[in-house]
Design a protein. Structure first.
Length: 324
């Protein structure tokens, strides 16, 4: 495993982060694994040297956090665990979501309980909350750090002007600031290259892209996307503009280069991200040990400058997707 420093936190994280949205309960989504199979994948990730795990309170309505906490029991100290707050946790409780002080304090305690941890390494805001001033959110998050419940703060998909506002607000207030940005970024969706990635580079913010394989779109030929349970049933796969712009040609070039190098399409898509200077660690989602091993092997794939260009060339600007 390769390790790298996460932004300016001083934390050393594996260059592959394991996404835990696929773990918890199949009652939430039919492609999500139940506990026993989830633990098997997390165990294998630990064996492979992965020490960085990303979950959220909303994944499987808390079950993802519970399963991750169970799987890491006894090896908690060697792991870097990230979770998130923002989504509504209870339909009948409008204060169970958003980024008010009340939501942050209550939902953080609930996340820690489920994870079986006193402190979470990285606490991320899942989205921007238009109803709460950012200074309220930053103060509540900073208090959580001072109370020893959170080690570092992170943010996820939003406009770059909002992220710049959040960073400036914490500097002005003298509070802890966001050390990471978890954004939607892959070979088929590159709008983040315009504003967000240069901002992160300038502010030394660690970049941990979600859906690095475009939710599976970059793992097989476009005409075979329906071939898996998730491919068949997941709405978002179709809502994101992966097929727009030059998406289909990007998919074909990934397939072509994978065949040329004798590796899998998923490995080419991950290798591309791992070669981008801005990227700290992609957050890979999988429900199979074999696919997890593919991701780790992608670290050994070298892409030349002309291969990077070849993969990037067909991309055309598409509508913003992920936080809109
Ligand atoms: N912050 C946010 O708003 C946000 C949003 C979405 C996701 N996330 C985070 O990002 C993580 C990853 O997201 P994701 O699961 O949507 O995206 P992803 O990693 O881009 O794609 C996962 C899909 O790719 C397939 N796949 C993975 N490796 C493969 C391989 N080697 N060969 C063939 N297929 C392969 C998986 O199938 P198998 O299951 O069959 O392996 C699955 O269908 C999540 O777990 C979560 O932690 C965050």
């Amino acid at each position: 495993m390769e390790y790298t420093t996460l932004g300016d936190t001083g934390l050393e994280v594996s260059r592959i982060c394991l996404g835990c949205m696929s773990f918890g309960t199949s009652e939430w989504r039919d492609w999500v694994l139940d506990e026993e199979e989830s633990v098997e994948i997390i165990d294998r990730a630990v064996d492979l040297g992965i020490n960085f795990f990303d979950t959220a309170n909303v994944y499987s309505k808390g079950e993802s956090e519970r399963v991750l906490g169970t799987a890491l029991d006894g090896r908690r100290e060697e792991s870097v665990v990230a979770t998130k707050v923002y989504g509504d946790m209870r339909e009948d409780d409008p204060n169970s979501g958003g980024l008010s002080r009340k939501a942050i304090e209550q939902e953080l305690d609930a996340s820690l309980d489920r994870l079986g941890m006193e402190t979470v390494d990285l606490y991320q805001i899942h989205r921007w909350d238009d109803d709460t001033p950012i200074k309220t959110t930053m103060r509540a998050l900073d208090d959580a750090v001072r109370r020893g419940k959170v080690r570092y703060l992170g943010a996820s998909s939003m406009w770059a002007h909002q992220f710049a506002d959040a960073l400036a607000t914490s500097d002005r207030l003298g509070t802890d600031r966001f050390a990471t940005m978890q954004n939607h970024y892959n070979l088929a969706y590159r709008e983040e290259e315009r504003e967000m990635l240069p901002l992160c580079a300038r502010a030394n913010v660690g970049v941990i892209p979600w859906s690095p394989l475009a939710r599976g779109f970059l793992t097989r030929p476009a005409e075979d996307i329906d071939a898996t349970t998730r491919g068949e049933s997941e709405r978002r796969m179709y809502e994101h503009p992966y097929r727009e712009g030059g998406g289909i040609e990007v998919n074909e070039r990934v397939e072509e280069l994978a065949a040329e190098k004798g590796v899998k399409m998923a490995q080419i898509a991950l290798a591309w991200l791992l070669h981008r200077d801005e990227v700290t660690a992609p957050i890979v989602g999988t429900t199979s040990v074999e696919h997890l091993e593919d991701a780790v092997e992608a670290l050994d794939i070298s892409l030349s400058g002309s291969e990077m260009d070849y993969l990037e060339e067909p991309y055309e600007p598409v509508r913003v997707s992920g936080h809109e």
